[in-house]
Write a protein that binds this ligand. Sequence first.
Ligand SMILES: [Zn+2]
Length: 279
Amino acid sequence: MQIRRHRLHYDNGEPVRYAESPNRGGALNPRFLIMHYTAGSSFESSLSHMTRRGTSASAHLLIGRDGAIAQLVPFNRVAWHAGRSRWQGLSGLNRHSIGIELDNAGPLDRHGDQWRSWFGRDYPRDEVLVARHKNGGRRRGWQTYSEAQIAAALEAATALCRHYGLADILGHDDVAPERKTDPGPAFAMESFRAAALGRGDEEPARFETITRLNIRDRPGLDGAKLPDAPLASGTFLSLLSQQGKWAMVEVLDAEGMPETTGWVHSDYIIAAQPEAATG
Ligand SMILES: [Zn+2]
């Protein structure tokens, strides 16, 4: 994807669907990208909410579960997605950031063998991650994001970071931790950030373990430990994919060549410096 005249375009040169929102402010010179979930029931319902006059809500992009993208505000104008917020001495992050909303029901509560959203729709277990939010609170369900949606978001984020030289990608729950929980535990922020910010397109994101860490044959604590487990602290890994908090990785040997493939808990890996990984 590419950006021309502050609009997102596909690689074939077609602009993404544009649905202008009246809910916007003045000039924007973006420094950050902020990720959100809509806590809504569908792409179209969120689009209609954010393009209706008087809701005081918008974002630059809305991304559906099928990977469809709509742009609501040009990237050089303020959109209203972050509200009361602060980061690194800045407050009111709308004036400093581009906002992407992901169609997602948000937090869910158990209802029989399903999980129920605040608007009353039930979601099956395989669409739900059960976790405590990093900012605290009880364990609850969170609707997972779809692969097509994350792929589209990553392409858009990569183009935005490159075009505007953005300094970082943050969650709404990072800049307004006392009142917001989006994009929440189901969004793999560490790997998303590493992939979108300043890495080659084909290069898998490189990570390193920050403690002795088990590696398993499938995601979850019931996965069997592989013969290499536990990995030493400081082991280099390349990230292949992510499911909730679990990352599928290749363990890299001293030459940076892949050895074992398995699953590790993503709370215990951090993005590695590119030069350190090639040693
Ligand atoms: Zn938000």
